[in-house]
Design a protein around this ligand. Structure first.
Ligand code: PMV
Length: 316
């Protein structure tokens, strides 16, 4: 049995985070500058059923059976066996590496699930199709944060811009021109679960107010689906900035994120917003590529701990 390798990109949410959990549309694009990688190779000499997992990013180097039964990786691996109707796998070693910052709103958890689902099923001789890989990753997202919308596993599995509505067939977005973003990290962790739970508590306290905010965000996502094809960038940028204001009202921004968003806009970005769960993590700015360097410098001056520029290429 030869070794099998799979990779999966990170993601950024262009529009609609949080509201997407409540059925509103959202737009996400893959972030190919960072990725998760899983390599499964035979463990020659070890008995069948033996699996060794190594994931340096989370200090993991252990036998699979030593992981708690509720460990997301163990649940994922067992779900792959179940998909393949496999009682006992041949002995293997699974190595997971990632360049996606963890807890930064870039989809690191979903990317690891997608890469592992693909590499393990491929190693076992039955590579799973995309819809099954995405469904497996979605199940694991639930273990990370109770009520995921499914947008992360979808955009990461298909590696294409998506217009996503929970529970509906995924719609790929055709990009007729490339889009360039500067991504700025606050350096503050952004675990998705607590932010999603806080929004849920707010919604339970005052449903009309929150549902109005969710609906406004949904309208912006819908408008952005058209604006993505338009030239110049200004309209899409305005929609992103308006989305950020609504996320502030939802209580998921922070002083650090607001400072970076403001700095990007002052430096000439077409628009800017937090991206992902919020509180910390990353913000994104839509930029003219010739301005990317200047805007990156301004973000650094405003406190960003890590900055990258990404261009989402045209799709057909
Ligand atoms: O995983 P993050 O932090 O990029 O957040 C995902 C987006 C949310 O809308 C906040 C949650 C979800 O499941 O859609």
């Amino acid at each position: 049995m030869p070794a099998y390798t799979a990779t999966a990109p990170g993601k950024i949410i262009l529009m609609g985070e949080h509201a997407v959990v409540y059925g509103q549309p959202a737009i996400a694009v893959p972030l190919t500058e960072v990725s998760a990688r899983a390599v499964v190779r035979p463990a020659i000499g070890s008995p069948p059923g033996h699996a060794h997992v190594i994931a340096p990013a989370v200090d993991l180097d252990t036998e699979l059976h030593a992981l708690g039964s509720d460990h997301p990786l163990r649940i994922l691996i067992q779900a792959v066996y179940k998909e393949l109707n496999l009682e006992r796998a041949p002995a293997y070693q699974l190595r997971i590496t990632t360049t996606i910052p963890i807890s930064a709103g870039m989809g690191s958890g979903a990317a690891v699930s997608v890469a592992v689902g693909r590499a393990l099923s491929g190693f076992l001789g039955s590579p799973l199709p995309d819809d099954r890989v995405s469904a497996l990753a979605f199940e694991i997202e639930k273990h990370y944060h109770g009520t995921p919308s499914g947008i992360d596993n979808t955009v990461i599995t298909y590696n294409r811009p998506v217009y996503f509505v929970r529970g509906r067939p995924v719609e790929m977005i055709r990009l007729t021109r490339p889009l360039t973003f500067v991504v700025g990290d606050t350096g503050i962790p952004s675990p998705t679960g607590p932010a999603v739970a806080d929004v849920r508590r707010g919604w339970q306290r005052d449903r009309p107010h929150y549902e109005k905010l969710f609906a406004e965000i949904g309208r912006l996502s819908l408008e952005a689906r058209e604006a993505i094809q338009e030239k110049p960038l200004a309209h899409l940028g305005q929609l992103m900035s308006a989305n950020h204001e609504l996320l502030q009202q939802l209580g998921v921004s922070s002083a650090e994120l607001d400072a970076l968003v403001l700095a990007a806009k002052k430096a000439g970005a077409a628009g800017a917003k937090l991206s992902g769960g919020g509180r910390g993590g990353n913000m994104i700015a839509l930029v003219d590529p010739v301005e990317a360097k200047k805007i990156s410098e301004e973000l650094e001056a405003a406190g960003a701990t890590h900055i990258l520029t990404t261009t989402v290429q045209t799709t057909n």
